[in-house]
Design a protein around this ligand. Sequence first.
Ligand code: ADP
Ligand code: GLC
Length: 489
Amino acid sequence: MDSGTASLNIVMVASECSPYAKSGGLADVLGALPKALVSLGHRVAVVLPRYMGALQVPAERINTRLPVELGGWRFDPAVCRFEADGVTYFLVEHQGLYERNGLYGDQNGEFGDNHLRFGLLCRAALEISRLYFPADIFHCHDWQAGLVPLYLKAFGGHPDPMLAAAKTVMTIHNMGYRGIFPKAKMPELSLPGWLYRADLVEFWGNISLLKAGLVYADAITTVSPTYAREIQTPDGGFGLDGLLRAKSKVVTGILNGVDYGVWNPETDTYLPAHYSVWDLSGKAECKRELLRQLGLPEAAMDRPVLGIVSRFADQKGFDLIGQVAWQLFQDDVYLAVLGSGAPYDGLFRGLRDQYPNRVGLRVGYDEQLAHRIEAGSDIFLMPSRYEPCGLNQMYSLRYGTVPVVRAVGGLEDTVQSWPPEQSTGFKFSDYTGQAFLDTVRAAVRAWSDREAWRRMMVRGMNKDFSWQAAAAGYARLYSALHPFRSGRL
Ligand code: ADP
Ligand code: GLC
């Protein structure tokens, strides 16, 4: 056990968890942090919806009708349980609400009943804890888990003594998603009208479920120290910066980690060849195979390939590439792109049509190709408008794929661009096509000095962002919330 901390029971509540349900980095965090906490001696459970994609998971149905009421209706989901790597997983099963294509929406847009889908998740998590896994801490991730602190604390303490004593941690993975719903949905979530106040759940004429979590949580974290500062400013706070400033004493940034069991070029089973700092030759083979897979010319072997793996969300800043594409391609570089969603799918399709020999594109979700782009590219691009943490730049560092990033959030905290003899990547600050182009060009010039470039790759590959440090940070936070149990006082 970590010195000064006692073993605690942690219940995590989230809408994604790798490998069972993933749309982005949230799933990677839920796939790794619980295991890392278990290895520090804590007991950890994860409560998730059982989406269509998780139906194959071999889990025991431990309850066929968990009594859960929401807005006067009985939802009574089933509960399935399984264990992996010492972590207990509870899947909340409700055919009508969860068994669909897509986690949050489909080709017709966001599902209209997401408030119910995740309201039920929060209510069910409390019941599951009461019956099967007593919690010292509820660790709630993003708006989908935001009602847990509210249901626990808003009504003068929970009648169940275990739940009444539990503390709550709310982790913000992305301020861009605040779980905003019309005020009229409040009764469906069992939220009485008095909660509709500017200092409670009201948000510009609607309600915000993230705000509900932030208001009632005992501690608030986000996924990098720089993002913890940015969200307390009008630019980064998406309208919740005032609340976060008011609670700034309980706001901290804990940098995400990398699961090197999954993201490691020495062992990655998705790759056609393996490599390490000792022998980089396999990386060239990964590049050759990537070019073949994306239909890019063999000539690109002698030029830099710029990789992108991303949700195509506005946050990711790819309009900067659109602005300078014609100048970028004058430099004889190649793009290997994998992504899904809107709005940038159109931009990349357009670039592929305009520069068919330069742009290899796959639109969709493809786990194998994500790993292959990390391994087979020379440079990795993340020009994000904002980036709470970002995992791909950390994966890139480990794969010897030098990141070019905008100096925001976790990108600022994980990529070092100065002094040159210690640098692991390239950064720019101004959100302009010119700043982005200048920085990519600097990277392309640096790539030409093959020996200096190899040293930069190796510096990045030797960086250690494993989950241990992050897990220890969360463990310290949990025990600070339970000073008597942790034996610190
Ligand atoms: P975000 O959570 O904002 O999407 P991160 O960098 O934290 O950004 O994490 C993204 C995760 O999702 C990475 O594991 C990345 O490989 C994965 N990913 C994103 N888009 C795709 C895709 N189209 N196919 C496969 N994996 C993807
Ligand atoms: C979010 C953020 C990303 C972060 C991830 C995991 O989706 O956009 O920056 O790495 O959550 O915390």
